[in-house]
Design a protein around this ligand. Sequence first.
Ligand code: 5GP
Length: 190
Amino acid sequence: MIYQNKIILLTAPSGSGKTSITRYLLECFPDKLAFSISAATRPPREKEKNGIDYYFLSQEDFNIKIREDAFAEWEMVYDGKYYGTLKSELQRIWNKQQIPLLDIDVKGAIHVKKQFPQSLGLFIMPPSVDELKRRLYTRGTDSDESIRARVNKAKYELSFKDHFDHVLLNDDLEKACIEAKRLVENFISS
Ligand code: 5GP
């Protein structure tokens, strides 16, 4: 399997434009890349579907998977909410002769990079913490309290950017997408 153990990690503080870049890359390389669907214990947002956006699990089922060693990594990303990458999900994608694209938090991405050093780690930088706050408010999917938590976490996460292969500044989404596409193209053909 030519892509076995190849992974693309897209990580960033929440609100940095990571989801838009993920979607763009999946559209650019529909045959080569596949979105890695994470397990999560938070409730689905409107329009989110189980098995498409996430595998939505109860805390109990998530704990069972931890005990079974079913995760490549897992984190409590926000207060009491757990997210994790299932080993079976990575293998499902490699079996289709594709490369998993992981949109995961910074600590999780560092774990994956350690286990799969040949993976491509991209860190998306927001232009500033104020801009990040503004984007989270504009997105309108989070409560004030959740935004406060995300901004505090973002400040901490920014200090880990040097663990990744490339840092992409997202002050202009189109530019960041084009740069990400170039790096992924090189990685696929390497
Ligand atoms: P949201 O709740 O907005 O969908 O995601 C919250 C955060 O969890 C995002 O930063 C997202 O990248 C991260 N995340 C999603 N899936 C995983 C995962 O499998 N593992 C880890 N560590 N973080 C994840």
